[in-house]
Ligand binder design. Sequence first.
Ligand code: HPA
Ligand code: ZN
Length: 337
Amino acid sequence: MHDFLNRLPKAELHLHLEGSLEPELMFELAQRNGIQLPYVSVEEVRAAYQFGNLQDFLDIYYQGAEVLQTEQDFYDLTWAYLQRCSEQNVIHTEPFFDPQTHTDRGIAFETVINGIDRALRDGRQQLGISSRLILCFLRHLDESAAFETLQQAMPHRDKFIAVGLDSSERGNPPEKFARVFAAARDAGLLTVAHAGEEGPAAYIRDALDLLQVSRVDHGVRAVEDEALMQRLIDSGMALTVCPLSNTKLQVFSDMRQHNILQMLARGVKVTVNSDDPAYFGGYMTENFVALYEALGLSKTQAVQLSRNAFEVAFVSEPEKQALLARLDRFAADEGVG
Ligand code: HPA
Ligand code: ZN
């Protein structure tokens, strides 16, 4: 099953590039940039990755990102992630980046996006991985900071397809960013938002109504509101679910408690994603394997989860059909109906 899940053609729709920074690369970049890390070894870094909640994680995640300084650093980070994609048959990816984490430290916006964009282009040419980039606003910062970031991003409009919303969810509701999301939509950008990870189901509803998102990131707390569940099912709204993230951040106490397969059975368009793989113990294949081990994920369910992701990807219709055809061919070869 592990081999099947690794070979399964996959799309990743919820991945923070800064969350793919492995401790080995963190040390390499710290050395390259003359930065002193508060850890002596890779083992010590990994041992520090014990989180009681989202904020515990975010504090360590923002600290780790400080080693990223030059365009080459952002290239190397993105390239390392794409190599993992290649090894795991992730044939399409739509990663997030958090520009404010870097611009607030004095790194130029273009340094960040140019490094990422160059790696994504090389990924298309050298690895055959298609991609679209998503710019996330940090929701613990205020609306004016988000507007400033959107303004800095506009000269690079061709390098990203959508805006998103991440960081500390509780106390930072979607309505705080309704106007900046409206401005982004006016500029022709698509929108997504983290909602219903730690925050209540009402934030999912607000992400739909006030931010007009095309997908909800996480969204697992939708099950607490039956009317919302019915709305998600009827509208075909996608949720980008992150199983290992949810257990590492105690959204679910144990993978056996995870609700992704119940939602799939009810007809919610759920997808599997890795969120911050360097911090949560695995990339795409490991997330699928965790569902197999804890919940008995079947091959048919795995193919359906993968199909959902291709169906809601931010690509043109011909590109989508080509991606789906690769999945269909795989499923047919494997005898999965
Ligand atoms: N939630 C909110 N913010 C984040 C996450 C997440 O899962 N990962 C990186 N930033
Ligand atoms: Zn996330």
